[in-house]
Design a binder for this molecule. Structure first.
Ligand code: CAA
Length: 258
């Protein structure tokens, strides 16, 4: 892969979008390579968490590639949007938590990529925004939907209608970023969170992710039904027996993901 790097460190994988000359902008090739990296992560049963970040000092991802999109027909835009949605959906559907380490500009498709992750941590240098209206278009990789669900309609409208960028502190204030870290602390912090998650029951973490994501689309009653089924299902796992036995024996649990 030319523009996407996948590294494994024990049970934690890191995907780096690596196209610094264009501030890691997403063109069809980058998106296809990202899809390939996500498929590799999805096929690895030993994996417990994924970190997603951007190469270089300046950008996480500065958006979809404007040079590539400039001459798009409506059909081209439809196909590109569908590709972006497929890739971001596959990230959201991964059975392990995905942590966005936002090291710089996360604009347009870059913010949308972060929004498809489960947890967003930002460097002090990060800037977020959905500047698509400055280009005469709207967010095309789920921004109007995922941002609205995360920060609420009012903030989403403000960001999307003005196209203005916000810094990391503001992103934390509006509930987009969980924490703001010194640049050199960003990846170590994300690795620490990933390592903590990796120690937990993997089936439980996967179910929690599934139920949270599915539940957002449902009524409280239906969401709670989903939770009850998932809670009961986990009692059919070895991990539940191990986790509770370990607690009672006052020793750390050794989960197998079964
Ligand atoms: N697409 C293509 N190339 C991009 C890019 C993008 N989204 N963002 C930056 N680049 C390129 C620049 O064209 C420039 O290339 P050259 O050196 O060949 O001229 C290089 O990256 C460095 O960028 P700048 O010189 O502009 O750097 P800067 O520090 O002056 O500004 C920036 C940084 C504020 C991020 C600015 O680059 C910028 O505004 N980028 C565009 C951001 C944007 O509008 N993103 C949304 C895209 S639309 C979208 O994402 C649609 C969707 O929802 C699917």
């Amino acid at each position: 892969m030319d523009f996407v790097k996948l590294e494994l460190d024990g049970s934690v994988a890191t995907i780096t979008i690596d196209r610094p000359k264009a501030l890691n902008a997403l063109n069809p090739q980058v998106l296809s390579e990202l899809a390939e990296a996500i498929a590799q992560v999805a096929a690895d049963p030993a994996l417990r968490a994924l970190i997603l970040t951007g190469a270089g000092e300046k950008a996480f991802v500065a958006g979809a590639d404007i040079a590539a999109m400039a001459a798009f027909s409506m059909e081209d835009a439809q196909a590109f949007g569908a590709l972006g949605h497929r890739v971001l959906d596959s990230l959201e559907a991964l059975g392990v938590p995905v942590i966005a380490a936002v090291n710089g500009f996360a604009l347009g498709g870059g913010s949308e990529l972060a929004l498809a992750c489960d947890l967003i941590y930002a460097s002090e240098k990060a800037k977020f925004g959905l500047p698509e209206v400055t280009l005469g278009v709207i967010p095309g990789f789920g921004g109007t939907q995922r941002l609205t669900r995360l920060v609420g309609r009012a903030r989403a409208r403000e960001l999307i209608f003005t196209g203005e960028l916000i810094d990391a502190a503001k992103a934390k204030e509006v509930g987009l970023a969980l924490e703001v870290l010194a640049p050199e602390q960003l990846l170590p912090h994300c690795r620490k969170v990933a390592a903590t998650i990796a120690k937990r029951g993997p089936l439980a973490v996967a179910k929690a992710k599934q139920v949270i994501n599915a539940g957002v689309e449902l009524s409280l009653v239906k969401g709670n039904e989903l939770e009850q089924r998932a809670f009961a299902d986990l009692f059919g796992s070895e991990d539940q027996k191990e986790g509770m036995a370990a607690f009672l024996a006052k020793r750390p649990a050794e989960f197998k993901g079964r």
